[in-house]
Design a protein around this ligand. Sequence first.
Ligand SMILES: Cc1cc2nc3c(=O)[nH]c(=O)nc-3n(C[C@H](O)[C@H](O)[C@H](O)COP(=O)(O)OP(=O)(O)OC[C@H]3O[C@@H](n4cnc5c(N)ncnc54)[C@H](O)[C@@H]3O)c2cc1C
Length: 549
Amino acid sequence: MNMDYGDLKQKLKGELLVNQKDITPYSIDASIFSIMPNAVAKPLDSADISTLVNYAREHKPTNPGLSLTVRAGGTDMTGGSINDSIIIDVAAHMNRIEKIGDDYAIAQPGVWYRDFEASTLARGLQMPAYPASKAICALGGMVGNNAGGEKSLSYGQVKNFVEGLWAVLADGKEYYIEPLDEAGLKAKLELKNFEGDLYRSVYRLLADNYDAIKLAKPSTSKNSSGYFLWDVWDKNTGKFDLTQLLVGSQGTLGIVTKIKFRLIKPKRSSGLLIIPLPNLDEVGHIVNTVKSYVPESFELYDKSTLDLALTYLPEIFRKMKGSRLKLAFNLLPEIFQKLTGRLPQIILFAEFTGDSPEQVKDKLYKAHAEIQNLYKVKTKVALNFESAQKYWTIRRESYNLLRMHNVGKISACFIEDIIVHPDQLPEFMPRLYEIFAKYPSFVYTIAGHAGDANFHIMPLMDFKNPDQRNVILQLANLVFDLVKEFNGSMSAEHNDGIVRGSFLSKMYSPEICELFRQTKAIFDPDHIFNPNKKIEATAEFFTKSLKAG
Ligand SMILES: Cc1cc2nc3c(=O)[nH]c(=O)nc-3n(C[C@H](O)[C@H](O)[C@H](O)COP(=O)(O)OP(=O)(O)OC[C@H]3O[C@@H](n4cnc5c(N)ncnc54)[C@H](O)[C@@H]3O)c2cc1C
């Protein structure tokens, strides 16, 4: 699609890039896809976003391919932040923290989470649903994906921390969206404008399908798949919260221009219980035993991840605090295990937190004693930052290391975010490994959130090899079928995008998929927001957009 954006350029206060060299970096995110955009807009403010939406709506009849895809940090693993028309880069200018209150903060979508966290922590506050990519992602993308991370076991995902959203919707106007009580909803339903139409349509859709929608809610502890219709309206309390539809919608329903986050006071003390396991026989049972002691976080990484970290030690050191000598000394046991071929198969580590070191030790040592007693495995305890940081660093850097050192291969995200119920782990894990056994030539790493039974599985694949490209959909089908059998979700936190959108009909009934389609049509009648993602994604678009290698 060749367009002359001259008139748009004049209307925008921010920049509009059309030069190939400038727009090429926007053709990729952290997914297995690559799509060249037509132009990149860097809005100065929400008025610029309104200008973009009005422009797209007005020119759509003559340019049907025109669309708007918003991008914050661009670390999406699903192809959510790439597309073939106009990309809106909110990180360029819309990156101001407007206010930090006693238990909330208001910030623009382009604020990097690392800056946001530094500012909130300086006030003794935190938005704890941050992802492992917290150093490289921004707030808009965290909301767009309904991100989650190491603290989600205790605090849940981003959706739990959104108190209000400002968003530019399909009519080009900016709205403040917040949870409403019955009176608030009634007032919205009586509005004679686009906002009123929107509330009326969503309300009708929910009222007409109330029970089916509630039943469709995945029973896993986390979910980022589909539109979260089940969380919008509670008939019993009367609460009606449209923020829950925008969160996790990957910019397919509107563009978030400002976010009000709830903040918590993080606990002051913490300690780790580390459980390296020589085999996977009892993983499921061990996870459930540790969970009964209520750790704040409970993570895992596998032998391949540890091996990778030890191979690229200088990079790991760069991410850690302290002198290299001390860090190397701390990692000596693992280095020795690698040299002698005795690396553990999987490393589980649970973080216990509290308001005092005594509180932490109490829970931690009880869990420690029971694990040793029940399973006869060796465990370790790390009570200070120096001894704990190697586990956190290896876990947080697991995927980054893989994608930076894949030599001609792609660390392929497509089955990278599955989740089941933790009680099902003893049955689920062997079945999962049975599937991988069918592909013995694949190298892959597994890391993830043990406590939620959420696994990040990254196979290394050669996209130049047509056989390997073909395997992607095959393997995805097998794994997602298994996940469905266990009533799990295809995506706990990374969302659907292009990569899982076409599989939504596996996870949800035709009736619910139709309601997702209607939701998209209600919010985006002119079809301008991030097309071909989530419920609109197809296997054809998936294959067409795959990276060349
Ligand atoms: C190394 C690595 C580790 C990761 N670990 C995790 C993890 O632990 N947990 C996790 O959840 N994810 C993880 N991710 C995926 C991703 O980093 C997160 O989901 C992150 O929150 C995305 O933020 P971003 O700013 O990069 O978003 P982007 O990639 O820019 O956007 C993500 C989605 O949100 C939409 N969006 C962006 N801005 C807006 C807006 N203003 N309004 C509406 N929609 C918007 C985009 O269109 C896109 O669909 C990881 C990625 C990498 C590369």
